[in-house]
Design a protein around this ligand. Structure first.
Ligand code: PLP
Length: 419
């Protein structure tokens, strides 16, 4: 018999194996200073393109004021206990009613964290006889929710209608045998590459197949649609989304999340969501803060307009300089370059140290080998100077990449990794 820890001593996992060269810089970096378009990294000013503060609410003075007042009034403990037991308040209910109205659903329910809430929602929606059909590129919280399911599940190729339909056919056959139903899960916006889920086409399939649709709209909420109600509103199919999910961690720049659906479904979920039934209620500071943020989302369309002005300037600028942005249809701005992982590391180091640009970097195995994905998240707080500086920096680093500069700089890292 082995010691349980033996495998951990042997192998730290696919990401941790990079820790000795990556930690503190590429992973677990420390961005310092007030959350904004420019922050400090290792003591230097950088333009920050890696924070999902889409509407610029994180450090907005009105938001900071309400957050501080709520902290002074309620502290961080109130209310104590789970919603069902002793943690229920008028303000939790008010926020749920306002969120439901905003996303055009009959009712909503608060979640402490998007991740756990999403896992739990999937868990509560399906029983053993049901079948789940979901996108292969779904966020980890969807995958973990599916992992709890005791019945069958089918993945479809990312955003591929033919594959969606094929898997709906398989699921239908199976559900007819088991007597269960089908839950189809998509994201509203896929956060890595920025494509919108094909909600309009998926909803059209409801005419041929019987299924319910669950949409994780973490990146769509607040950024897409006429009012900011998300990808369903953008595509004109919000009423056909059976269960809608969004987090406060992006546009609302806070912590917490919610789901929304018809009242009868929400009445069921609030009594069956294990992540909320067995956890302390969302703390009041966050509830009051979310009410304020939602109010600003509704009453200040200029925030979303400014966000999109920045998105368009950045994406148009990059495209006009010949950069490959893949198939993004949202604020998420991926820039694809060709190179090895050590080259990617040298390039990002150059971007941060010498050009003052801080963006996220994604490499294999998240994307195919040989590709480097630099992911930029524009916000309403970015300025035209930020954008122009970034465009010039990107042109410069592409020249250096193609000229072999990063290959030379990374030779030591490459040798160490292959040793
Ligand atoms: C698509 C998606 N779903 C769910 C979550 C989890 O939300 P939270 O950060 O509130 O746990 C995230 C990340 O924040 C996400 O990007």
């Amino acid at each position: 018999m082995n010691d349980l820890f033996d495998k951990i001593y042997r192998d730290k996992g696919p990401l941790a194996k990079w820790a000795s060269v990556a930690e503190g810089y590429f992973v677990f970096p420390k961005l310092e200073g007030p959350i904004s378009n420019r922050m400090k990294f290792k003591g230097k000013d950088v333009i920050t393109w890696s924070i999902n503060d889409y509407l610029g609410l994180a450090n907005h003075p009105e938001v900071r004021k309400v957050d501080a007042e709520a902290a002074a009034t309620y502290g961080s403990a109130y209310p104590m206990g789970a919603r069902m037991m002793s943690g229920h308040t008028d303000l939790h209910e008010q926020l749920e009613q306002e969120l439901a109205a905003f996303v055009n659903k009959e009712a909503a329910y608060l979640l402490n964290f998007g991740y756990q809430g999403c896992v739990s929602t999937i868990d509560a929606l399906v029983a053993k006889d049901d079948v789940i059909v979901y996108d292969v590129d779904a966020h980890a919280c969807i995958i973990d929710g599916v992992r709890l399911h005791h019945g069958k599940r089918f993945t479809y190729k990312h955003n591929d209608l033919e594959s969606i339909e094929k898997n709906l056919q398989r699921a239908t056959k199976l559900a007819e045998q088991t007597g269960g139903g089908i839950l189809l899960i998509s994201e509203g916006v896929f956060g890595m590459r920025g494509e919108q889920g094909r909600l309009k086409e998926i909803v059209a399939l409801k005419e041929k197949y019987k299924f319910r649709l669950f949409v994780d709209d973490a990146h769509g909420f607040g950024t897409l649609g006429k009012t900011g109600a998300g990808a369903g509103e953008e595509q004109g199919v919000q009423d056909q989304i059976d269960v809608y999910f969004a987090t406060f961690a992006k546009s609302l720049a806070s912590t917490g999340a919610f789901i929304a659906a018809d009242k009868e479904i929400m009445d069921y979920l609030k009594y069956n969501l294990r992540s909320q039934m067995f956890a302390k209620s969302l703390q009041m500071q966050l509830v009051v803060g979310a009410l304020k943020r939602l109010d600003m989302l509704r009453s200040m369309p200029e925030l979303k307009n400014k966000l999109w002005e920045n998105v368009n300037n950045l994406q148009d600028g990059l495209r006009s300089r010949g950069f490959d942005l893949g198939t993004t249809q949202s604020c998420v701005t991926p820039v694809y370059l060709k190179g090895s992982i050590p080259e990617a590391m040298a390039l990002v180091k150059d971007l941060r140290e010498n050009y003052g640009i801080f963006c996220s970097i994604v490499v294999y195995p998240v994307i195919p080998k040989g590709l480097i994905l630099l992911r930029l998240i524009p916000t309403a707080t970015h300025t035209i100077d930020d954008i122009n500086e970034t465009l010039d920096a990107f042109s410069a680093i592409r020249d250096r990449l193609e000229g072999g500069v990063y290959k030379r700089l990374s030779a030591g890292v490459e040798a160490a990794m292959n040793a």
